[in-house]
Design a protein around this ligand. Structure first.
Ligand SMILES: NC(=O)c1ccc[n+]([C@@H]2O[C@H](COP(=O)([O-])OP(=O)(O)OC[C@H]3O[C@@H](n4cnc5c(N)ncnc54)[C@H](OP(=O)(O)O)[C@@H]3O)[C@@H](O)[C@H]2O)c1
Length: 359
């Protein structure tokens, strides 16, 4: 018997990644879809078809929409009938998430890709394979809020690749500081970025992004304390830009380590990272959390964002940093909407089900 799940924000970029990850899934089946009142009452195919051009707004390059899902009714997210769903995937913009997610979490585990609850002390902000022990917060959340379910959030998609690689380094060498400059893909901004601004261009500012990357990364790398997370006191300097790339966030990272590391030791720390987690064999887990490239022309977003269905973080150009004490630097590419949102949410749900935290 498969576990029924609901997908809210199904018409958007992150929601469609959830649907792609659920297609033919061995553990889950889609029982309900929802979006805004603009889409409600239509079937999924109508809801994602532009009436004037007849074109489908389907954003997952590597997969087609499932035929059965195309026929499902899209409900209004505010009055969602769960149809026995045991987990809700919520992939809606911030204001809607703040209002909607508690409605679902009262009843069932709700996995959110949105921002409003990420920094609440009793809400786990998790990346599968990095800090799943933070799920220890959900019992406290249920107790405090009187909910049968709970909210578990995924981070900002820019923090995802950064936190995965920093965790690998922290475990082996300890972290003092990190400097990151990002070149982020367009799809990270949702469907509605003004297209002409980005053509042949780099937008030098993404509102609120740099602060989010800093605070969320410190929470993810923190330790589970007594009903809350003790954040890692890591100094992070972030510059976030939007580049003329459809999907995939590229980040140039320099890290000051507590203990010195050679390039070979750093490479080994990345390649060894997360083996216990990947060995669980969860359906959407990558073979490797981090894939290291030796070719200095890699990673590139177009070539590497879809590696392992967008679930591995591709790293290259590992070299010493001459400025930071015990400095090492590298580039990474991470798929913002796959590991950074929808498919990462499904991987988290697989873990919750396997370990009795949902279902
Ligand atoms: N895109 C990424 O790579 C990415 C990565 C990490 C996290 N996120 C986060 O994931 C969330 C969704 O992002 P996205 O990029 O998928 O956005 P998007 O492509 O703009 O899609 C937004 C979705 O939210 C729905 N929605 C909007 N207002 C709503 C309302 N009032 N009530 C119910 N549903 C509503 C939309 O439904 P309609 O079609 O009916 O308008 C659509 O399904 C955001 O919080 C974003 O920050 C996105």
């Amino acid at each position: 018997m498969k576990t029924p799940v609901a997908v809210v924000g199904a018409t958007g970029i992150a929601g469609q990644q959830v649907l792609a990850a659920l297609d033919g899934h061995p553990m889950f089946e889609v029982a309900a879809l929802a979006a805004s009142e603009r889409s409600a009452g239509r079937n999924f195919e109508e809801a994602i078809t532009d009436p004037s051009s007849g074109m489908r707004r389907w954003y997952v390059e590597s997969a087609e929409p499932n035929r059965d899902v195309l026929r499902l009714e899209v409900q209004d997210a505010r009055s969602l009938r769960l149809n026995d769903a045991k987990i809700v995937f919520a992939a809606v913009e911030s204001d809607a998430a703040r209002e909607l997610e508690p409605l679902y979490a009262r009843h069932v585990p709700t996995i959110s890709t949105a921002r409003p609850f990420r920094m609440e002390p009793d809400v786990p902000l998790v990346i599968p394979g990095v800090n799943l022990d933070h799920l220890g917060l959900v019992r406290e959340q249920q107790r405090r809020r009187g909910w049968q379910g709970y909210i578990a959030t995924l981070p900002n998609c820019t923090a995802t690749g950064l936190a995965i690689t920093l965790k690998a380094l922290d475990l082996r060498f300890g972290l003092e500081s990190a400097v990151v400059t990002t070149m982020q893909g367009i799809s990270g901004a949702g469907r509605d970025l003004p297209a002409l601004d980005i053509v042949e261009n780099i937008i030098p500012y993404i509102p609120r992004e740099e602060d989010r990357v800093k605070i969320e990364t410190c929470k993810i790398l923190g330790a589970l304390g007594n009903g809350t997370i003790d954040e890692l006191p890591l100094k992070i300097s972030a510059t976030c830009t939007r580049a003329s790339v459809l999907a995939g966030h590229t980040e140039a990272v320099a890290v000051g380590l507590k203990r010195p590391a050679t390039v070979d030791e750093t490479t080994a720390a990345f390649e060894d990272f997360g083996r216990e987690f990947t060995a669980l064999g969860l359906p959407n887990a990558p073979q490797r959390m981090i894939t290291v490239h030796r070719n200095p022309m890699r990673p590139q977003p177009r070539l590497d964002r879809d590696a392992e269905r967008g679930m591995t973080t591709s790293v290259g150009r590992i070299r010493p940093d001459e400025v930071l004490p015990n400095g090492i630097k590298y580039l990474l590419v991470s798929h913002n909407a796959a590991m950074g949102a929808g498919r990462g949410a499904v991987l988290l749900a697989e873990y919750l089900l396997r370990f009795g935290l949902a279902g």
